[in-house]
Design a protein. Structure first.
Length: 141
């Protein structure tokens, strides 16, 4: 999770939304990314999507052994990517500032672990308070 937070802080330093993500396979980070919607003028570059893109093409068996880390509960789009690639385990820093379709992921067999991490929550709360319009745009409200 610490490396996902490193990515989140990098996104914030770039003027973006402070959400990061890392993909781990066999104990090694094979992909990392952060929300780049603002920086790239993108509609889809959430942290998890950037992370998967940066991991490159993997075979299906690799995805099925991987773990995705994100400081924040994945949204519908990112949850769809998790399901599409069969990623079996997702570690979430916190889900108080935003909760994606966690129950749906669980129903589809994804092991979801919520850390309820104070640092993850404080980072998001500070950003949401400072930039509510950007946050609402990012989550589609």
């Amino acid at each position: 999770m610490e490396q996902a937070l490193v990515e989140a802080r990098l996104g914030l330093a770039e003027g973006g939304i402070p959400i990061g993500s890392v993909l781990v396979l066999d104990g090694e980070i094979i992909g990392r990314g952060h929300n780049r919607r603002v920086q790239k003028g993108s509609a889809v570059l959430h942290a998890e999507m950037d992370c998967l893109e940066n991991a490159g093409r993997l075979c299906a068996a690799d995805y099925r052994r991987a773990t995705l880390y994100s400081p924040l509960s994945p949204c519908d789009m990112c949850s769809g990517a998790i399901l599409l690639y069969g990623i079996p385990r997702v570690i979430v820093g916190e889900n108080r500032t935003f909760q994606g379709p966690e129950e749906y992921l669980r129903q589809r067999g994804v092991q979801l672990e919520i850390l309820d991490d104070a640092e993850c929550r404080a980072l998001m709360e500070a950003f949401i308070n400072a930039h509510p319009e950007l946050w609402n745009e990012d989550i589609g409200t």
